[in-house]
Design a protein around this ligand. Structure first.
Ligand SMILES: [Fe+2]
Ligand SMILES: [Fe+2]
Length: 472
């Protein structure tokens, strides 16, 4: 082999590997499929765990990170499904559990009782094990015969590194003194489960050993009630109606841009709600979960666009009242399909002239360049979401009219609780707008416009239902 030369010593084998590396037999198709199915299972479970925690995790930064990481996992699930499908193995058995110990391993993390344990399980146990298994695979499979799998694994590995970096930094920020010692028995037990399973990727023989459950002894129950961290105050406040302000011709574009930032950051309730649809709608084709997770991640990005806009403007967003009323009510009063119906109904309503185009034009008119970028991409994302809705929501009905009528009807079902939350003392519906607007004016070096400052339209609508209060 040493004497072999390529034409004018060009790199051999399209740059995939050296002759020596490619001349090693590596794994056969059957072994490759077995291992790839394990990676697929791991990503699927990670996607499930991350998604399931978005709603009930109080810390905003973690909600958005979970939204991102869940989406990344969903993409790798898809890539692995496609690859396994190419490997001559029908029936694919992609929904099978590769090993009971692996199932318990992920169940344990899903059932982790605290945020810190969850982070530890995800970012210090599961993802490092998965990245190790992927590297292991790439070392032993033949780089030429199995190049398509290697590519899938390499891309997965790159994004796992991003997730791990975030996770490690998050753990360092949230770790309380002494907590690591208390985690030791659970940590050891998680490693044992992986050993019993023959490693996460199945590169070692599985052990014939029984495995009991700890945290997952009681099966996991999804918590649909959205939680927020302490920066989010007065969670039932409906004291400012941003839509009425936005569509009122008497107000100038610049304060409207500020109000739009509120609308964006308030979208944190969309991932909280969409996560509940994904978790509580089993049995769909994988494409459903992939696209719903993409949309969920987009909505988390819209929230962060609002956050960035406020920060760039020097305005303290915690002075606004970013309520959880919408996600709380949909998650606790509607069935998953009804929530999807409401989401679709709202999003298709954003497409006509008064919706996202108007927001973009107002943002451009505001003279704030970042606002224009934000609304430009927000609009494009919403067009995609309408398409996702057409693929996965509309197709569950006889036709589009029936689907829309259902969404409309679900939306109308949620009767305004404006009076009730006030009467029961949950909120005073305080008008927070002047404090936000005055902060922005100070940063802009402008005197507040008296009419804008006096804006005081609340969500106390004449209609009994919330349907008119277009949002998202
Ligand atoms: Fe959005
Ligand atoms: Fe959307």
């Amino acid at each position: 082999m040493k004497s072999y030369q390529t034409y004018r010593n060009l790199p051999p084998l399209a740059g995939l590997a050296s002759m020596e590396q490619a001349a090693k037999p590596g794994l056969g198709i059957e072994e490759c499929v077995t291992r790839l199915k394990r990676f697929h299972y791991a990503f699927k479970r990670l996607h499930e765990i991350l998604t399931a925690k978005i709603t009930s995790e109080p810390i905003y930064e973690l909600k958005t990170a979970f939204s991102y990481h869940a989406y990344l996992c969903a993409e790798h699930v898809s890539a692995l499904r496609t690859r396994v499908g190419e490997m001559r193995e029908p029936p694919l058995g992609l929904e099978d559990i590769p090993h009971e110990a692996l199932q318990i391993f992920f169940d344990e993390i899903l059932c982790a009782p605290t945020t810190f344990e969850l982070l530890f399980g995800l970012y210090e146990t599961a993802l490092p094990a998965l990245t190790g298994a992927l590297q292991d695979y790439m070392q032993v499979t033949n780089p030429l015969t199995d190049a398509p799998s290697n590519r899938v694994c390499r891309y997965a590995g790159i994004e796992i590194q991003d997730m791990l970096k975030y996770g490690r930094e998050a753990i360092a920020c949230l770790e309380e003194p002494g907590v690591r010692q208390t985690l030791e028995p659970w940590s050891k037990y998680l490693s044992e489960l992986l050993q019993i399973a023959g490693g996460l990727g199945g590169s070692r023989p599985a052990l014939d050993q029984p495995c009991e459950r700890r945290y997952s002894q009681t099966p996991y129950v999804y918590d649909a009630v959205p939680k927020r961290d302490e920066r989010f105050q007065d969670l039932y406040n409906q004291g400012v109606n941003p839509e009425a302000f936005l569509y009122d011709k008497q107000y100038p574009a610049k304060p409207k841009a500020l109000m739009m930032l509120f609308k964006r950051i308030r979208e944190i309730d969309v991932p909280e709600m969409m996560a509940s649809i994904i978790i509580q709608t089993p049995g769909k084709p994988w494409g459903y979960y992939l696209e719903m997770s993409r949309q969920l991640w987009d909505e988390a990005r819209h929230t962060m666009m609002g956050e960035v806009g406020f920060v760039a403007m020097g305005v303290d967003w915690t002075q606004a009242r970013i309520t959880h009323n919408w996600s709380l009510r949909l998650n606790t009063e509607c069935k998953p399909l009804e929530r999807h119906g409401v989401l679709y109904f709202i999003e298709q309503g954003l497409m006509p002239k008064t919706g996202k185009r108007y927001e973009f034009e107002t943002a451009a008119e505001s003279g704030i360049p970042l606002m224009k970028t934000i609304q430009d991409f927000d609009w494009a994302d919403e067009v995609l979401h309408a398409a996702i809705g057409r693929r996965w929501y509309i197709t569950q009905f006889k036709d589009i009219h029936e689907a829309l009528a259902f969404g409309d009807q679900c939306w109308s079902k949620i009767v305004s609780n404006w009076k009730q939350v006030k009467e029961t003392g949950l909120t005073e519906h305080t008008n927070w707008w002047p404090s936000i607007y005055k902060q922005a004016c100070a940063k802009w070096g402008e005197d507040p416009n008296p009419a804008v400052l006096a804006y005081n339209t609340t969500y106390e609508d004449k209609r009994a239902d919330l349907k008119d209060l277009t949002r998202a």
